[in-house]
Design a protein around this ligand. Structure first.
Ligand SMILES: [Zn+2]
Length: 319
């Protein structure tokens, strides 16, 4: 096999081949052959169009590309759609979700995208002849201002069942981002949360008036901007915003003893001997629930009861 052939063989299996000579390439290829690595592990050469076509066959009817459909911002015909429909879809299509994860769904990226106003638009069309509801949305990319393809938004669609007992459950979903081909990306999740919020809460007021319009959620000021546009200020030395009510007094300048008059007197040696003796009684007889010897006790005993401390017989002499 030629070097080019070896490189192609390895590249198809997702193995990096830069900077190797032929003997090394042969060794790697032999090892890879033994491992039976799958071809195109990252689905980069996947025929997206072919997959998309298969996705759009629902109830044995071919549905036109949702991006070409005339969708409207009127959700009055939307079927019942709830969190359980979203979870039902995500638990099968997103590796992030499991039973525990669902309990904390508000902490996930897709919910955050929705809640933070990254869903840029959402519109719908009902295909009565196919018995489905099609939703088309745009979601802003996080972290960056542009998508992988250099666009402003990720275009996506999802299709809900329009008839029968499963009315409102998710049939298919697609997003133009890398992870969205199998319908499990965070943009689709965000768009679904957005629809859920519309039909279950925001829509309630407007249903009576005959319209049920999707509105973009306000987005907090998290848009990236240039450093020069950020308003950064710091306190200037010598300029206080608020004048102090009192002049600042350093701790060592405070000439005031907050203790009561009777406690202010310095303890004499006798006082300390008395105190240590009473402490010793309490420690040895374990009254007052003193279970462990107070850490200060050995020191006090050494200082004030040296005669009784077998560990410090020489203290008196040295003093
Ligand atoms: Zn996506």
């Amino acid at each position: 096999m030629t070097v080019a052939g070896l490189k192609k063989y390895l590249q198809e299996r997702g193995v990096t081949v830069h900077g190797y000579l032929k003997p090394a390439l042969i060794a790697i290829a032999t090892a890879v052959d033994k491992m039976m690595l799958p071809i195109d592990p990252n689905f980069e050469c996947d025929n997206a169009q072919e997959k998309l076509k298969n996705k759009l066959i629902i109830h044995d009817v071919v549905i036109p590309d949702p991006f070409t459909l005339p969708t409207q911002n009127n959700f009055i015909d939307s079927p019942p759609f709830g969190l359980y429909d979203i979870f039902n879809h995500l638990i099968y299509h997103s590796s992030d979700y499991d039973k525990q994860g669902l309990a904390a769904y508000k902490a996930y990226d897709d919910y955050r995208l929705f809640d933070d106003g990254y869903v840029e638009s959402l519109s719908t069309v009902t295909l009565k002849e196919c018995g489905v509801h099609v939703y088309v949305g745009k979601v802003n990319p996080t972290m960056r201002t542009k998508t992988d393809d250099g666009k402003e938004y990720y275009d996506l669609w999802f299709i809900l069942e329009g008839k029968g007992a499963n009315r409102g459950s998710l049939l298919e979903a697609f997003c133009k981002c890398k992870g969205g081909r199998d319908g499990g990306c965070k943009h689709i999740g965000a768009a679904m949360y957005s629809l859920e919020a519309l039909v279950n809460t925001e829509g309630k007021d407007s249903v009576t008036s005959g319209e049920c319009q999707w509105q973009r959620r306000p987005r907090s000021s998290i848009q990236p901007c240039e450093v020069k546009d950020i308003n950064i200020s710091r306190p200037v030395y010598g300029e206080t915003n608020k004048k102090r009510k009192h002049d600042y007094v350093w701790l060592q300048d405070i000439d005031h003893d907050p203790r009561e008059e009777r406690f202010r007197r310095e303890k004499s040696h006798e006082d300390m001997v008395k105190f240590t003796e009473s402490m010793k009684t309490k420690v040895t007889t374990k009254i007052d629930n003193i279970n462990d010897e107070p850490a200060i006790f050995p020191l006090l005993r050494k200082l004030y009861l040296p005669d009784e401390d077998p560990r410090a017989p020489s203290l008196v002499e040295t003093c």
